[in-house]
Design a protein. Sequence first.
Length: 209
Amino acid sequence: MKSLLTIFIVFLSQMSLQASAQEITEGKEYQVIKAQADQGSVVQVYEFFSYACGHCYDFHPLIESWAAKPREGVQFNYIPAIFNEQMVPLAKLFYTLEEMQLLKTVHHQVYDAIHEKRVNLLTDKKIFNWAKKNDLIKFKEFEKLYKSFGIDAKVKKSTQLTKAYRIPGTPYVTVKGKYITGPSMVLRPEGGVDPIRFIGTLNTLIEKD
């Protein structure tokens, strides 16, 4: 069932990439972030997410499909949102997998482990137990990186960005350090996320001054 939903969402997102910019309204499809805008000529797009978030899990195929075909001058990054200490282990898991260049293969597995297999990955110990059993992960390297100052520094930056961008929950997407939108802000009249309109909103914010 999940694979069929993924195919459907990918199809919709590919259609929406061909759409022209649409009219959007501040306070409805997006909000202005009262934080310092990103510097440089590259447009930075961040998805603030949590592996433990069911809405992030459902949203992932859509944002992943959009990010797979980046527009010129746009850089997309996943940012694990951190609101409290309980969210730190999963953030460290993400950054460790990123450092090991395993996101393409293991990122999905983390989501599936939590939301399909109901595996508890909320503590360091439980993450290590899971990683030991994963054939794609070299555990000694994983454990060393997970405990490193470099990963701690990335977690600290995630915490700072979550606060600076005033992220209210997950998933939310920021553009240029100036705008924020999310699937919960772009809904169909009858309810539920409008995937085509969401991608249109995202593309419009990229073009917006």
